[in-house]
Write a protein that binds this ligand. Sequence first.
Ligand code: KG4
Ligand code: ZN
Length: 350
Amino acid sequence: METGIRQSQPFAFARILGIESSCDETAAAVLENGRSLLSSVVASQIEIHEQYGGVFPEVASRQHIKTVYAVIEQALQQAHLSLGDVDAIAVTRGPGLAGSLVVGMNAAKGLALGANLPLLGINHLEGHIYSAWVQPPGPRIIPPEPEFPLLALLVSGGHTELILMNEHVTYQRLGGTRDDAAGEAFDKVARLLGLPYPGGPSIQEAAERGNPTAFTFPRARMEGGWNFSFSGLKTAVLRVVKELEATGKPLPVSDLAASFQAAVVDILFTKTLKAARQYAVRDIVLAGGVSANRALRQAFLAQNEFKVHIPDLALCTDNAAMIAAAGYYRFIKGYRDSLDLDVLPTWPLS
Ligand code: KG4
Ligand code: ZN
């Protein structure tokens, strides 16, 4: 079997088993027709890594080994299906931690070989974008399907990227961060403020009690392109924290968190809208762990110039439903990967 497009598939019905293990979540999900979520199981390692203040790679891969098969089994059980009922297996190939990626990849290969199913290697970043297609189960209004051309703002712990899509599984990278990713900035600033890991949710919570205009932090606009920079903002917070600490008074943590968060939201929102206008898209997809941020979601939902698609909260951070969704759109386009597929810890989306 060769990697790449083999043939166009004439049918659209397909159930995909998705597997994700690129960082510190072991996840499996079953998705039907690219949008209907039948099950999604995420075994989080947050409590294990909390003590290190970040992800400890060796511990992460060992933990993936312990849980991967149970998580896959649970996803199939919750969907009331067996492996024979799925049409393909989609697995995260990269980017991510090598030792973590290998665990998911080997599990996927073993199952694909044993059940004679096609294997699809998925870029974790395209997975995040496809989380906007997934409809979680339950009686709720079906979110509208994103339409092309669209602009995706992908904001996670490792990436901050603006990606233009003119059709399914085709990506044009407009720009990205030159230093820290948005999520990384949240995590680092949280540490400066003495807030627990992961920093995004902690900053958000503290910010709800704070004044976003209490401190004026710099907004690196990186004019003339579509890149971002967050290290200057982080350094500015550090400087203010040091000055305040020197006074011996308690840190106004909530005001600092709210003012930092307001700066990040402003930077992301302003540049994304500018790019959306420039590339004449109507649809914007907001995805990745940082898209769980309430202030960021509110900023995008408060405007009515563009149709904004933001995944369900549970699908913003790492999960396997998004990998299955990207897998579905690759599958129906005829993509198939070989069983000697290797993981790619560094793998830009383009
Ligand atoms: O997409 P993700 O789960 O993993 C990566 O692919 O990196 O993103 C994790 C990142 C972390 O940096 C975390 O602090 C951030 O997403 N995050 C948030 C929120 N929830 C998670 N950042 C801001 N606000 C949140 N509510
Ligand atoms: Zn992610």
